[in-house]
Write a protein of this length. Structure first.
Length: 488
């Protein structure tokens, strides 16, 4: 895509945010309410259902007090949101001068600018850089700065973001071959064996390309297939921490829904990770329709349950708590039997965590569209950030749409918001991936979209934990199977 087009899209995004606000009417559906208002360049959506209250500014969830301050300042009049008593109290506070301007600025910075700024930066970076990389490292940014990037118009996922540069440790001179991995079936290969197994890193054996580098499929002398992930040389130094993080994390885990680390090589000029080979490609490719057949509803449910199990294990049952930080469809690989395995631990965070179960991080990491807004705002990482990404992923699995779809009509471009609005209106059937040729009971859909939306709640306290999500998914699957049996 040309730079001109990218800038055009970024500008169009601005307009679409305003239009979205105009298009969202006030509605009342079975005890749920939603109202919206456009004030200047900002649009506000406030919604209340039985269990949840959502505050959205410019397409992004924000906490209530931020919403109230921003709405009061931007709209400059009383009466919005009309049904909101706490906001009215807050309004008086702000108008009397006690509102926090810092908070207000932060709302604007974090919420209003996120998608558009991401689009804009993506265009700039795309135009400016010579070297291709999907991991963006934002140099010289303070901890309050966060940057985002959304890749548009190509078949790649939105790009990863980090705020602050990696601190690059000196390159190790040692040559290590899987010293930490002593599990059954671990693979101990040296560089020449890896080169032989991959036909000297032949393009014909490449199965994928990510921010870390290229992934090859290789067959070992004993017949076993493995995936060999080789870091890109041009980003070598800066990838050191990511490489080590992935190895450290993978070496500790053993779960059927997590990709197994079999070995690694770290030398002067190579970083290679050897993992089990998962033959059926990434979930994103399946959702794109790039594989033989379209996933049916039951397969999508099973994949969601597998991912929920994998994350429950990481959060609760691993030797040390692990927060994945990059849950997304291209990091879910499928087996021949369409079971899911979570991969890509480059951004994972290992415990220990403090008593409040949070970790204050100096860098925000993840992929735009899946990133927990509360983590972006506070830099505090908890397992609930994975729950947020899982909510976005669940909506992606059900709708087939990416988290951000810039080519869609206004109002449909941020999939989470589009899904949320239709959920509140009770139009869940129109959210389902149209390529799935099944009629799914509306009550089942209402339950599963409700769960996804709860996972992606703007405030982490409103999100369930991963274990309850897995249990809820099981129950929804039972309901679904019952409706199928009754219908046949
Ligand atoms: N163990 C594996 N078995 C089979 N295919 C794999 C395996 N690991 C990765 N792949 C393939 O390689 C692709 C690239 O994977 P990788 O994890 O490097 O990047 P990504 O997750 O797509 O992008 P990014 O690293 O930017 O998040 C995947 O989408 C998948 O198709």
């Amino acid at each position: 895509m040309s730079c001109k087009n990218m800038f055009r899209i970024a500008r169009a995004g601005n307009i679409f945010l305003a239009v979205l606000g105009v298009l969202v009417p006030r509605i009342l559906v079975s005890g749920e309410s939603m109202e919206s208002e456009v004030c200047g360049a900002d649009y506000f959506v406030h919604s209340r259902s039985n269990e949840l209250e959502w505050f959205i500014v410019n397409g992004h969830h924000v906490p209530e007090d931020f919403f109230c301050e921003t709405a009061t300042r931007s709209c400059g009049r009383s009466g919005f949101p009309s049904a909101d008593v706490p906001c009215a109290a807050r309004r008086e506070l702000v108008q009397s001068g006690d509102g926090s301007p810092t908070s207000y600025k932060m709302v604007i910075a974090v919420s209003g600018a996120m998608v558009l700024f991401g689009c804009f930066l993506c265009a700039c970076i795309h135009c400016g850089r010579r070297q291709a990389s999907s991991v963006l490292q934002w140099k010289n940014l303070g901890p309050k700065d966060s940057a985002s990037s959304v890749e548009m118009g190509s078949d790649k996922m939105p790009e990863k973001i980090t705020a602050r540069p990696y601190l690059v440790p000196p390159s190790p001179s040692r040559f290590a071959v899987s010293p930490q991995i002593r599990r059954l079936n671990s693979v101990h290969m040296d560089l020449s064996q890896v080169a032989k197994a991959t036909n000297n890193f032949s393009r014909s054996l490449a199965v994928g390309e990510g921010g870390f580098g290229t992934v090859y499929r290789a067959q070992l002398p004993d017949g076993q297939f493995v995936a060999i992930k080789r870091a890109k040389k041009e980003h070598f130094e800066s990838l050191n921490p990511e490489f080590r993080s992935e190895v450290k994390v993978l070496a500790r885990i053993e779960h059927r829904n997590l990709v197994k680390l079999l070995g690694y090589i770290e030398s002067e000029d190579e970083r290679i990770i050897i993992t089990e080979y998962v033959p059926n490609g990434s979930l994103r490719k399946h959702l794109n329709g790039q594989r033989d057949r379209i996933l049916d509803f039951n397969q999508r449910l099973e994949i969601s349950i597998d991912v929920a199990h994998a994350l429950t294990y990481l959060h609760l049952f691993a030797e040390k708590q692990i927060i994945h930080r990059d849950v997304k469809s291209s990091n879910i690989l499928l087996t021949e039997r369409y079971r899911a395995k979570v991969t890509d631990f480059g951004f994972a965070r290992l415990g220990p965590v403090d008593a409040e179960n949070t970790h204050t991080s100096t860098k925000v990491k993840g992929t735009m569209g899946y990133l927990d807004p509360e983590y972006m705002r506070t830099f505090k990482l908890t397992p609930k950030s994975d729950v947020y990404s899982f909510g976005v992923l669940l909506i992606e699995i059900l709708t087939g749409r990416r988290p951000v779809e810039p080519k869609r009509p206004p109002g449909e471009r941020v999939t989470l918001i589009w899904a949320f609005e239709n959920y509140v209106e009770g139009s869940v059937t129109m959210l389902v991936d149209p390529r799935m040729q099944e009629t799914i009971d509306a009550s089942v859909l209402h339950k599963i979209f409700g769960l996804a939306i709860r996972c992606a709640a703007p405030v982490r306290a409103d999100r369930p934990d991963m274990k309850s999500v897995a249990e809820r998914l099981w129950a929804i699957r039972m309901d679904y199977l019952k409706t199928v049996t009754e219908a046949s």
